[in-house]
Design a protein around this ligand. Structure first.
Ligand code: MG
Length: 373
């Protein structure tokens, strides 16, 4: 790695860990964060959590795990191009979805609804709670005791009320300052990853077609380029050649626009980055193309009746599990009964949020299907 830019996150400008620990030997503090995330239970659960398609719907669809790995790949490329900290970008990418419920956004919306009178549920905050509190791996502390910068990157947004409760980590939402460049990069790498893999998964599932995608400017542009280069190309190869060009174009545009903004703002330190405007961004033209793609996916894929049937079922499963446990916490596994002694709804939300898709379905069957145990 060439020398980091003066405004990159580094160990020597890190705000450190909540509980002081000896410096790691042979690796950086941010590598240590990444390593702790990879070894966590919550990380392994991502393999069986839905991104858009429920895990059992097909082996080739993205899961939260493969999504997170794709985000890390994109974020690392951008971080390296901009001479900022790749290890931090990787740690944030791999942990950004740890707090997701089973069944994707439908699951989070359902759990948020269940928790409405009890402080709500938000997957971003739950990712932070997972690494700060819920993981049980160390003798000296709860959670993973990650650096401030990784935790700051995980917490992409939060309400002002929540921000006040979070102390130093919440301060930027009150003062309206920015997180590190690495966190800003992960935010957009997430978007680049899911927009493009949802096109791929959407086509694979047959829920959207190449013809429909013809109305999406960025897809049409690169599909034409591919057709001109390879007149005989069709099927999977056509889709992959098109999607990889879209990802590349978005990354290249993002790096160029961010360099331009960096040159304008001329930050000299991480403090300047935090105090300044958002620096990681697309050009206006690419932003417009991204929005058109997003809107297409929302209308044609996320609101496709077959997806909505799945999300309706997911909502019912989550709501029924929550109500059952709230009415009779004795049905919870013992460790959650102990936690429920302090805050019953939150302990139930933690239990449900930690479930994989298939675990939630199994638990629902165990509680509701006559003849099952
Ligand atoms: Mg994500």
């Amino acid at each position: 790695m060439s020398e980091l830019a003066p405004y990159a996150a580094r160990e020597d400008n890190s705000r450190g860990r909540r509980i002081a620990e000896d410096a790691p030997s042979e690796r950086s503090q941010f590598q240590r964060d990444r390593d702790r995330i990879v070894h966590s239970t919550a990380f392994r659960r991502l393999e069986y959590k839905t991104q858009v398609f429920v895990n059992h719907e097909g082996d080739l669809f993205r899961t939260r795990l493969t999504h997170s790995i794709e985000v890390a790949q994109i974020a690392r490329s951008i971080a390296r191009a901009l001479n900022v900290n790749e290890d931090l970008a990787e740690a944030v990418s791999l942990s950004h979805d740890l707090g997701h419920t089973p069944f994707g956004h439908a699951g989070q919306d359902a759990l948020n609804e269940c928790m409405r009178e009890f402080g709500g549920f938000e997957h971003n905050l739950q990712s932070l709670r997972t690494v700060d509190v819920l993981e049980e791996r160390y003798g000296d502390f709860d959670g993973l005791n990650l650096t401030f910068e990784t935790r700051e990157g995980i917490l992409k947004h939060c309400s002002l009320t929540r921000a006040r409760e979070l102390g130093e980590l919440g301060r930027r939402f009150i003062e309206r300052t920015q997180p590190t460049l690495e966190a800003q990069i992960c935010n957009l790498a997430d978007e680049i990853a899911y927009n493009n893999h949802d096109v791929d998964d959407g086509l694979r599932s047959g829920l959207i077609s190449l013809e429909q995608l013809g109305e999406v400017p960025i897809f049409a542009r690169f599909r034409l380029e591919v057709a001109n280069l390879y007149p005989q190309i069709a099927g999977r190869r056509l889709i992959h050649e098109t999607v990889r060009r879209m990802i590349n174009a978005q990354v290249v545009d993002l790096v160029a626009e961010t360099r331009r903004r960096l040159a304008d703002a001329a930050p000299r330190s991480i403090a300047d980055v935090r105090a300044g405007p958002i620096l990681v961004a697309y050009s206006d033209a690419m932003r417009a193309e991204q929005l058109a793609l997003k809107q297409f996916l929302r209308d044609q894929l996320y609101r496709h009746y077959q997806v909505l049937r799945m999300t309706a079922k997911a909502r019912r499963i989550i709501a029924e599990l929550f109500d059952t446990f709230l009415n009779d916490p004795r049905l919870l596994p013992p460790q959650y009964q102990t936690m429920a002694g302090e805050d019953k709804p939150r302990a139930i939300a933690d239990y449900i949020a930690g479930m994989t898709d298939r675990y939630a379905m199994r638990e629902h069957r165990r509680l509701f299907a006559v003849g099952e145990i």
